[in-house]
Design a protein around this ligand. Sequence first.
Ligand code: SF4
Ligand code: SF4
Length: 70
Amino acid sequence: MSVKEFVSDDWVIKIDHDKCTGAADCVDVCPSDVFIIKDNKSFADNVDDCIECCACVSACPTEAIFHDSC
Ligand code: SF4
Ligand code: SF4
């Protein structure tokens, strides 16, 4: 299992790269441009910019995203 963790002062986003297909729904729905795709996998590199809207968790078709506020 390959779960990447992205930690800010107030929340944690985890992305399971075994489930991530790189289809970028998270990129499309995130209002804060938190995610980028590298090598067909999503990375929450801008985790500090998150506004905790939870759209990414709902949009991911493979349930690859965990957000501890959502
Ligand atoms: S929406 Fe889910 S499967 Fe698609 S790129 Fe983002 S994390 Fe990966
Ligand atoms: S919770 Fe909202 S703002 Fe935060 S990463 Fe997900 S879509 Fe972007």
